[in-house]
Ligand binder design. Structure first.
Ligand code: SAM
Length: 480
C-alpha cells in the first residue's frame, strides 16, 4: 500500500548513478531497483486537532493508513485515497507530507513553551509538525527567504490552526544578527540538489548536475552557520536535506563541527526506528557517524532524507526558565494597553458573541495591531522591527466598517466547544462541498451573526447568518 507503479520519467543523471554505485557498492542494485517502484505517500495527523488515536480513528475508516515507523503521528496512505481532496484537508486535520521528511520533527523533539526556529520553512511540512508538537505553547519563528514561498508557508500555518507562529521572509544572515543565542531549537532543512525527489519529480532529475551539488553544499554551510549563531548554549539543531550526496550531508556536518568546536553530534537512540546511520566517509572504510541519519528508498518506505542532530555546548535550555535573553518586544503596534483590551472585549462581546475567550487561551495583554489587523502574538515574541513579517502570530480579525470581522485563521484555530454558534456539516455531504465552493447555505432557525462552519467536528471557516441565510465567508482564494 502507498506505492504506485511509476510511469517512465527522464533517465537518472549519469553523474548521479556513477556516484551512487561507488557509494553503495553491493547495495546499489537494490537502490536502483527502488526507482522502478512507486513513491511512498504520507500524511501526518495534526495533533492540534486531537490526539493521534482520535484522529486515526476518524481517518482509518476513510483511508488505508499504516504507521510511519519514525514518526508517531505519521501514516502512509494509498495513492487511491486522495486525502488532499477531502474537506478534512481544508480543515487542517492532517498535512500531506513525504514520509521521510517526518523524521526531522521527531529528531528535533520540540517541547511546549520553547523558542524554536525553522530557518528554511516553506511550504511548511516541518513547521506544522513542530507547531503541533509544541501544542500552541511557546514561540515558533518560521522563516522563508523566497516571498512567494513564504506566502504559501503562511497559508499552511493558517490552515493547520497554529496559534504561536511568527512567519518571516528574511535572509538567514539578517535573522542571525537579530536573534543571537535566542532559540532552544533550530531546524535547517536546507535547499539541496533534491536527489530524494528523483522518484516523484522529473524536474529534479533534469536540474541535477555535479556543479549544482557543489553550489548547494556551499550555500548549506552558510545557512547552517546562521542557524548555529541563533541557538542558545545547550540548544539542539537539526540539519537536514532530501538528497543523497555526501557533499551536502555528512561533509557539511563534519566541516561544520571542525569550525564550531562548541557543537557535537547527538545520537538519538530509539527516536528514529527504521533509519540507517550516516557515514564518516562514504569512500573509505564507511565508519558510522553517530547522530547522523539517512533514509534510503531501498531500505525504508520513503523517498530519502538526511538528518543530523547537533547540540551546542552549555547548560541545557530545559534546565532554565524560558524566554530570557534575546531582543525586546517591540512597543509600537503591540500593546497590553487599555484601549486595545477594551476593543478586544468589545470584539469578543459584540462581533463574535459566543466565543469563550478563556477556554481558547487568549491573553488580552498579547494583542497587537498591525494596520487594521488584530493579532494575538506568541508569548516571548521578540522585537520584529525591520524584519519582513508575514504573520506576527494568530490573526484574530480585520477592522472593517467600524467593527472587527473575525479572520479565517481564527476559525481554523478554534474548536466547536469554543463557540456558541457552530454548524456541523457532514464532512462528505453536499452542504460541505457547497460551503467550500463559496455558496450560501440556509441558516438554521434562530441563528444571527457569525457561525463557525465545521466538517464533522473540524472548523472550515466562517459564515454570517442573517435573514434565514448563511452568507459564505470562506476565503475566495481557497474556494474549491
Ligand atoms: N522545510 C520545508 C518543509 O518541510 O516544508 C522545506 C524546505 S526546502 C527543502 C528548502 C527551502 O529553503 C526552500 O523553501 C527554499 O526557498 C529555501 N532557500 C533557498 N535558498 C535559500 C537561502 N539562501 N537561504 C535560506 N533558505 C533558502
Amino acid at each position: 500500500m502507498g506505492q504506485e507503479k511509476g510511469r517512465p520519467l527522464a533517465p537518472l543523471p549519469e553523474g548521479f548513478t556513477d556516484r551512487m554505485e561507488k557509494m553503495l557498492g553491493e547495495e546499489y542494485p537494490a537502490f536502483l531497483k527502488s526507482y522502478e517502484e512507486g513513491r511512498a505517500y504520507g500524511l501526518r495527523v495534526n495533533l492540534l486537532k486531537g490526539s493521534r488515536e482520535e484522529l486515526y480513528g476518524r481517518l482509518c475508516r476513510r483511508f488505508g493508513l499504516v504507521p510511519v515507523p519514525w514518526c508517531r503521528e505519521g501514516f502512509y496512505y494509498g495513492q487511491e485515497d486522495r486525502p488532499g481532496r477531502h474537506p478534512f484537508h481544508q480543515a487542517g486535520v492532517y498535512y500531506i507530507q513525504e514520509p521521510s521528511a517526518m523524521a526531522v520533527g521527531s529528531l528535533l523533539d520540540p517541547q511546549p513553551g520553547e523558542a524554536v526556529l525553522d530557518l528554511c520553512a516553506a511550504p511548511g511540512g516541518k513547521t506544522t509538525h513542530i507547531a503541533a508538537r509544541m501544542a500552541g505553547e511557546g514561540l515558533l519563528v518560521s522563516n522563508e527567504v523566497h516571498p512567494a514561498r513564504a506566502k504559501a508557508l503562511s497559508q499552511n500555518v493558517e490552515r493547520m490552526g497554529v496559534k504561536n507562529v511568527v512567519v518571516t521572509n528574511e535572509e538567514p544572515e539578517r535573522l542571525a544578527k537579530i536573534f543571537p543565542g535566542f532559540f532552544d531549537r533550530v531546524v535547517v532543512d536546507a535547499p539541496c540538489s533534491g536527489e530524494g525527489m528523483f522518484r516523484k519529480e522529473e524536474q529534479a532529475r533534469e536540474e541535477w548536475s555535479r556543479g549544482h551539488v557543489q553550489l548547494c553544499a556551499g550555500r548549506q554551510r552558510q545557512i547552517l552557520d546562521c542557524g548555529a549563531k541563533m541557538l542558545k548554549p545547550g540548544g539542539r539543531m537539526v540539519y537536514s536535506t532530501c538528497t543523497f550526496s555526501p557533499e551536502e550531508n555528512e561533509e557539511v556536518v563534519i566541516r561544520f563541527l571542525e569550525s564550531h568546536p562548541d557543537f557535537s553530534l547527538v545520537p538519538a537512540p530509539g527516536v528514529l526506528k527504521g533509519l540507517s546511520k550516516g557515514r564518516l566517509d562514504w569512500w573509505g572504510d564507511q565508519e558510522e557517524l553517530e547522530g547522523a541519519y539517512r533514509i534510503w528508498p531501498h531500505k525504508a518506505r520513503g523517498e530519502g532524507h538526511f538528518a543530523a542532530l547537533l547540540e551546542k555546548k552549555g547548560e541545557g535550555p530545559r534546565a532554565r526558565t524560558r524566554g530570557g535573553g534575546g531582543p525586546e518586544r517591540k512597543k509600537k503596534g503591540q500593546n497590553g494597553n487599555g484601549k486595545d483590551e477594551g476593543l478586544f472585549s468589545e470584539f469578543w462581546a459584540g462581533t463574535v458573541p459566543y466565543i469563550s475567550q478563556e477556554g481558547f487561551g487568549l491573553d488580552p495583554k498579547r494583542l497587537a495591531w498591525f494596520g487594521g489587523q488584530l493579532y494575538h502574538v506568541p508569548k516571548g515574541m521578540p522585537g520584529l522591527d525591520g524584519l519582513r513579517v508575514l504573520r506576527p502570530g494568530l490573526h484574530l480579525g480585520t477592522w472593517k466598517k467600524n467593527r472587527l470581522e473575525p479572520s479565517h485563521g481564527l476559525a481554523l484555530a478554534l474548536e466547536p466547544k469554543h463557540v456558541g454558534q457552530c454548524l456541523r456539516l457532514d464532512a462528505e455531504g453536499p452542504e460541505t462541498a457547497a460551503y467550500l465552493a463559496g455558496n450560501t447555505l440556509p441558516a438554521p432557525e434562530g441563528r444571527k451573526g457569525w457561525v463557525l462552519v465545521c466538517a464533522d467536528d473540524y472548523p472550515l471557516g466562517w459564515a454570517k447568518a442573517a435573514g434565514g441565510v448563511l452568507k459564505n465567508h470562506y476565503p475566495k482564494g481557497l474556494r474549491v
